[in-house]
Design a protein around this ligand. Structure first.
Ligand SMILES: *Cc1c(COP(=O)(O)O)cnc(C)c1O
Length: 367
C-alpha cells in the first residue's frame, strides 16, 4: 500500500466552483487587489474573529510586515523559537532585527519558562510560533508579554482552523501572520498570506505599506512594498476556507487513531501531550521515534511517505553562526531533531491507510 504525503491533486480534483469565480474575475479584470481580495479579507477576519485582515503574497512577507507594524527596527532583538520553519527567523532578519532563539517544550512549543530570562533592553517583540499547527499557552504568554510591555507577533502560519481555549490562533498578539502555502491547513494554488490585527492604526499602516505606500494614484506618504495577494488566489482561498472545519475534523480523527495505536509502543514512539482546550490543525503530525532514521527508511520501503521537520534546529544552521549559538544551547529541540518523524495523516488518508501506517511502524519495532 502507498500512503502519499502530497494531497494537492486530490484536493483540487473538482475545481469547477473556483473556475466559475475565476471567469467572473476575468470579466471584471480587477487583477490587483479589488473586490475579490477584499471579500476574502472580510471573510477570513470573520472566520478567526479579528477586526482587520490584510492579505499578502505569502506568509513570510506577512511576518515581515507584522514585525515592522509593531515597531521592530534594525538593532532590535526579537525573541522566538529554534524549532520552526526558516521563514520565522528569516523574517526577523529581513526586518533588520536579531533573532533570539529559545528552546521548546515537549509539545514542540516555545518554552515559556525561558522567555523572561531572554529579555534585554533591546528586546522589541516576542514572536511565538504555532508549530506545527499546535499552540503555545497563549494566555500565559500574553501575561508575560504584558508584564514587560512587549508586543507579541504570532506566527500562525500553520494554525488556520485551530483554537486555544475557544480563541483562534493569531488573535492574541498585536499583529499576527498566516500563510496559505500549499502545505498549510488553508492553502491556495501557490502562495498567499494574511496579517490580522485589532489595532486600527497598525491596520491602516499595513494597508498602505503593502501597496507601495500609496494613498491614491498620485500621492505617497511612506515608502512601501508590493506584498499584494493575487485575486486568483483570493478566490481559491475563499473556497478552501469553507472546507477548513471539515479538513481539521478529519485530520483530528486520523491523529486520534495514530495517537491510540502508537501508545502501545511507548517508549519507542512518543506522542506529544495534547491538553484539553487546544484544537490543533495537524499541519504536521509529528512524534518522537527511537532509531528514527532506520524507521524512516523502513516506512519509505513500505510506501509510507514519512518526513522529518527538521533534522537541524535553526540555532545550529550555518546561517545562524553569526549569533554564536552552540550545540547544547537548546537541548530539547536538539533531542527532538534527532527523533522527530512526520507521518502522513492529511484529510485524504483513509482509516485503512492509518491502520497500515500503524502496522508498518509496529513491525519495525518488533524486529
Ligand atoms: C509556512 C510557514 C511560514 C512561511 O510561509 P510562506 O507562505 O511559505 O512564506 C512561516 N512560518 C511557519 C511556521 C510556516 O509553517
Amino acid at each position: 500500500m502507498r500512503v502519499p504525503y502530497n494531497y494537492l491533486p486530490m484536493q483540487f480534483a473538482k475545481p469547477e466552483a473556483i473556475f466559475r469565480d475565476w471567469r467572473r474575475l476575468i470579466r471584471t479584470s480587477e487583477f490587483t487587489l479589488g473586490p475579490f481580495v477584499e471579500a476574502f479579507e472580510k471573510k477570513f477576519a470573520r472566520f478567526i474573529g479579528a477586526k482587520y485582515v490584510v492579505s499578502t503574497n505569502n506568509g513570510t512577507d506577512a511576518l515581515i510586515m507584522s514585525l515592522k507594524a509593531v515597531g521592530v527596527r534594525p538593532g532590535d532583538e526579537v525573541i522566538s523559537v529554534t524549532n520552526t520553519f526558516y521563514a520565522t527567523i528569516g523574517a526577523i532578519v529581513a526586518a533588520g532585527a536579531k533573532p533570539v532563539l529559545l528552546d521548546c517544550d515537549e509539545r514542540y512549543q516555545i518554552d515559556l519558562n525561558l522567555i523572561e530570562r531572554a529579555i534585554t533592553r533591546k528586546t522589541r517583540c516576542i514572536l511565538p510560533v504555532h508549530w506545527p499547527g499546535c499552540s503555545p499557552d497563549m494566555h500565559a504568554l500574553m501575561r508575560i508579554a504584558r508584564r514587560h510591555g512587549l508586543p507579541v507577533v504570532e506566527d500562525a502560519c500553520m494554525a488556520v482552523g485551530g483554537s486555544v481555549r475557544g480563541r483562534h490562533p493569531g488573535t492574541f498578539g498585536k499583529v499576527n501572520a498566516f500563510s496559505m502555502h500549499p502545505l498549510k491547513p488553508l492553502n491556495v494554488m501557490g502562495d498567499g498570506g494574511m496579517v490580522a490585527t485589532d489595532d486600527e492604526c497598525a491596520y491602516r499602516w499595513m494597508l498602505r505599506y503593502r501597496n507601495h505606500g500609496m494613498v491614491d494614484r498620485n500621492h505617497n506618504d511612506i515608502w512601501g512594498v508590493n506584498y499584494r495577494l493575487q485575486p486568483l488566489q483570493a478566490i481559491v482561498a475563499s473556497h478552501v476556507l469553507d472546507t477548513v472545519p471539515e479538513i481539521i475534523r478529519i485530520r483530528t480523527c486520523n491523529a486520534r487513531l495514530l495517537d491510540e495505536g502508537l501508545k502501545e509502543i511507548r517508549p519507542w514512539v512518543v506522542t506529544p501531550p495534547r491538553p484539553a482546550g487546544f484544537r490543533e490543525t495537524y499541519g504536521l503530525y509529528m512524534v518522537l521515534a527511537k532509531k528514527r532514521d532506520a524507521l524512516l527508511r523502513h516506512l519509505h520501503r513500505h510506501g509510507v511517505e514519512a518526513k522529518v521537520h527538521y533534522p537541524v534546529p535553526l540555532h545550529l544552521q550555518k546561517a545562524a553562526r553569526v549569533y554564536g549559538y552552540r550545540r547544547g544551547d537548546c537541548p530539547k529541540a536538539e533531542q527532538q531533531a534527532r527523533e522527530l518523524v512526520s507521518l502522513p495523516m492529511h484529510q485524504f488518508v483513509s482509516v485503512r491507510q492509518i491502520r497500515y501506517i500503524l502496522k508498518t511502524v509496529h513491525n519495525f519495532y518488533r524486529n
